[in-house]
Design a protein around this ligand. Structure first.
Ligand code: ZN
Length: 304
């Protein structure tokens, strides 16, 4: 007969095996590194890690503070080789070099990055030039390529005209990423849809309401729509911000029209944080599904 200790060890092993095989384990999970925007009031700038089959795989935006949150969460970066940038404002991209720096120290094997972001216009460089300015041969941090693992950077600049077609940019091992152009004032911007084993999450990025038809098309039937909520309904925020961001009432309409299952509000501004009940009521007017407000270090399962 087995001793109680052996029996206990056997039960524990069985429990762990059940957990690993559990159908409840989500195909994907989103870890919020930063749920804020450009104002410094305690939230890191916008950034997320997408966990696929239990492993961190994709970095979506790299706002200031992402580096710190990665460490606080003890996230293993060893498989994070895909970076999706919604746009190149500082509150979404300032920690990109810090991420490369940290990731380079997680591996003694070569790292081949696949980086996606918008084409350039006006004051904003195209994403390939942005990465080059950081870590290219003549970049500010050219030394990064000599620090830690050998690194290569394949950067694809994405079309930014609102009439550009929705495009699949990653299709590998069952993991698919699609993108479509959005509109964020004068700053080129795109939204992303990530799919894996039937689970779908969509990131709006920062966008004004003129891009909602594109976003609604991209988000159709998604399990989770992560929508940046940086303003109150008019006239609650400075009028010029409505040329940059989508107000809550229209976010609710977009969630309804795209028939998403759930909504996560992020890129939270101080006045939005202070009037959360009014924001929720405004969204509830159109969207009946679950609505959550992001905070740094929140983990959100996607799909079943
Ligand atoms: Zn922003």
């Amino acid at each position: 007969m087995k001793t109680p200790m052996l029996l206990a060890a056997g039960v524990l092993a069985l429990f762990q095996a059940c957990l690993q095989a559990s159908p409840l384990k989500p195909a994907m999970e989103v870890v919020v590194l930063g749920s804020g925007g450009p104002r410094a009031f305690g939230r890191a700038g916008s950034s997320y890690i997408v966990v696929v089959d239990g492993r961190p795989r994709i970095l979506v935006d790299a706002g200031p503070g992402a580096f710190l949150r990665i460490g606080e969460l003890h996230l293993n970066l060893a498989k994070v080789d895909t970076v999706l940038l919604t746009h190149l404002h500082i509150d979404h991209s300032a920690d990109l070099a810090a991420f490369f720096n940290a990731r380079g120290l997680t591996s003694d094997r070569p790292i081949a990055y696949h980086i996606f972001g918008p084409d350039g216009a006006g004051l904003f460089p195209k994403t390939s030039r942005f990465v080059d300015l950081l870590v290219g041969d003549n970049g500010a941090f050219a030394y990064q390529k000599t620090f830690g693992a050998d690194e290569s950077f394949a950067v694809r600049d994405l079309a930014i005209g609102l009439n550009s077609p929705r495009t699949k940019i990653v299709d590998r091992d069952g993991l698919a990423v699609e993108e479509i152009a959005t509109h964020h004032g004068d700053c080129p911007s795109v939204a992303y849809r990530i799919s894996y084993r039937g689970a779908v999450v969509v990131f709006s990025g920062d966008m004004d309401a003129s891009a909602l038809p594109n976003l609604v098309q991209l988000a159709k039937n998604a399990d989770l729509l992560i929508f940046n909520c940086a303003v109150l309904d008019p006239p609650g925020s400075p009028s010029q911000l409505y040329d940059l961001h989508t107000p809550p009432r229209k976010i609710g309409e977009a969630a309804r029209d795209s028939v998403v299952k759930s909504l996560l509000l992020t890129h939270i501004a101080p006045d939005v944080e202070g009037q959360e009940n009014a924001v929720r009521k405004s969204i509830r007017a159109s969207f009946a599904g679950p609505v959550a407000v992001a905070r740094d270090k929140l983990r959100v399962p996607v799909g079943k």
